[in-house]
Design a protein around this ligand. Structure first.
Ligand SMILES: Nc1ncnc2c1ncn2[C@@H]1O[C@H](COP(=O)(O)OP(=O)(O)OP(=O)(O)O)[C@@H](O)[C@H]1O
Ligand SMILES: [Mg+2]
Length: 242
């Protein structure tokens, strides 16, 4: 049996007095790509931030590689091997791509292995000497993923990596993400609005609905059920109120 790398239990989160998560359970196996789905505002980003110990007030348990990391400071969690790639990418605009990557490796106290990063994210190859501000959205995303990998994490939390990107670059990123477990030994939790992409990449999906787990199961079963997709993802069904 594949060991579990991430196990989240009863995760609740609040922004001030507003509760955003109401007891979310999910898990990721070692070497697995798992999809995290849900409409806008369903709680995907909050789940990531709660796992990383950022922002919101949180209760519940987060176990990473067998160790309880609930309540640890974000920096410790990162150093233990979880890397979060936020949707806004946050590349330093005034630094070159190489410098962006070096900073990440240094923060993780590991040497920068550029060849290995280029192997994992081929888009990176022609970007290494560009300045951060010169990058297109897709290029920023490629660099953001590479920068996360530069810290040699074992789990990557990807928050809407393809949002707003052109189809060609989405294809290239998809191929990179698909190969990450094998090439880089990382597991991936992937939040996305692009359902088809998630279904192609993931073995299982967790679907958030209003801060709760609306559905969990194999990607194949979710792909085969328009009814489930409609119930948990379509904007119209939210308005219908069933
Ligand atoms: N910084 C914040 N302060 C207050 N409320 C927030 C904050 N961030 C998120 N929320 C609220 O928490 C809930 C969950 O939001 P979250 O950003 O986690 O959803 P999401 O699934 O990532 O949505 P999207 O697909 O739009 O990125 C929403 O009701 C949102 O309005
Ligand atoms: Mg989000």
């Amino acid at each position: 049996m594949t060991p579990t790398i991430l196990d989240v239990g009863g995760l609740r989160a609040w922004y001030g007095s507003a509760q955003a998560l109401f007891g979310v359970d999910l898990d990721v196996s070692s070497g697995e790509i798992v999809g995290l789905l849900g409409r806008n505002g369903a709680g995907k980003s909050t789940t990531f931030k709660a796992i990383m110990g950022l922002d919101a007030q949180v209760s519940g348990t987060v176990t990473f590689d067998g160790a309880d990391i609930s309540g640890l400071p974000t920096e410790r969690i990162a150093r233990l091997g979880i890397a979060w790639v936020p949707p806004d990418r946050r590349i330093f605009p005034g630094l070159s791509v190489r410098e962006n990557l070096m900073l990440a490796a240094r923060a993780a106290r590991t040497p920068l292995d550029l060849d290995r990063l280029i192997d994992a994210v081929p888009l990176l190859e022609r970007l290494v000497d560009r300045e951060g501000f010169q990058l297109s959205g897709g290029e920023q995303q490629a660099v953001a993923i590479a920068r996360a990998l530069a810290g040699t994490p074992r789990l990557l939390l990807l928050d809407e990596p393809t949002e707003g990107l052109a189809p060609l670059v989405v294809q290239q990123l998809e191929a990179s993400i698909a190969a990450l477990p094998e090439k880089f030994g990382v597991s991936v939790l992937l939040a996305e609005q692009n359902l088809q992409l998630v279904l192609r990449l993931s073995s299982r999906v967790f679907v958030l609905d209003g801060g709760r787990l609306g559905h969990e199961g194999s990607a194949d079963d979710f792909a085969a059920s328009p009814e489930l997709q409609h119930r948990h993802l379509s904007v119209a069904s939210a308005a219908e109120g069933s």
